[in-house]
Design a protein around this ligand. Sequence first.
Ligand code: GUN
Length: 279
Amino acid sequence: MGEIVYGSVIADKMRADLREKIIKNKDQVTLAVILVGNDPASLSYVRGKEKACAQVGIQAKTYTCDQNITERELQALIKKLNNDSDIDGILVQLPLPKHINSTKVIQSISVAKDVDGLTVENVGRLYCKEPTFVPCTPLGIMAILNFLPIKLAGKHAVVVGRSELVGAPISRLLLEANATVTMCHSYTKDLSFYTKQADILIVAVGKPQFINAQDVKKDAVVIDVGVNRQANGKLCGDVNLASVLDKVAYITPVPKGVGPMTITMLLWNTYEAHQRRMR
Ligand code: GUN
C-alpha cells in the first residue's frame, strides 16, 4: 500500500517558518496580483493566494481588471507596479483572455519582481544555473520530492506535459538533480510505455483520472499536478489515486497535494524578491 503525501502538511510547516522570519525581521512584504476577467477557477486561485499571504504576514494587493482590458492597458498597470517601491513581487494570474498576448504581458514584468519566474530572462537564468525565480509549481514539487526518503540521482523521471508553467521547468530541475528525464506530451505515442518505466512520475496534463494502475511502475513516486473539477463539483487529479495507491510507493493527492506547495513557493519567492531588493 502506497503512502499519500500531503503537500498541505509540508506547506504548513514552510509557511510557519516564513511567518516567523517576517515577524522577527518586521519585514513589509507586498505581492501584487493581477486578475483579468471573472473566470471562477482563476478567482478561486487568487483568493487562495490572498489567504496564504495573510497567513504569513505578506500584504497581497489584488488588481482586478475587466475582461476587455487591452494589452496596452495591462502593460501600463504592470509598468506602474514595476516602478512602485512598495511592491516586491508581481503575479499575473493565467490564463489571460484570448485577445491578450500573455508572453508580451509577462515580459513587461520587471525581472526582479517576476516571482512566478516566467519572464524570458528568468527562464533563461534557470537554464544557465544563474540566480533566478523558479516557477512555483516545479519548486513545490521539488520540495515534496526532497522531503521524501528517496534519492533522485540516477532515477528515471517521466514528466507528462510540457507547459512553461510546469512540465518544462520541472524537467530541468529533475535533470539538475541528476535524474534521467523523459518528457511526454500530447504527441507522444503509447504514453503508457513511458509512464510504466517511471521511478518518478510527474503528471500535469489536466485530464481527470487519466493515469491508472496499468500505467505506473511498482513502487513509483507519483506527483499529480492536475486540478480538474468534476461534475459533482469536487476536485480530482490527473491520476486515479484509488487505482494506483496499492501499486505505488508515494502519491500526492488532489486536493491537498501540490496545490498548497505551489502557493507556499510563491510566498517564499515573494519574500526572496523583498530580501534581494533590501540588500
Ligand atoms: N495559473 C495556474 N497556475 C498558475 C501559476 O502558477 N501562476 C500563474 N501566474 N497563473 C497560474
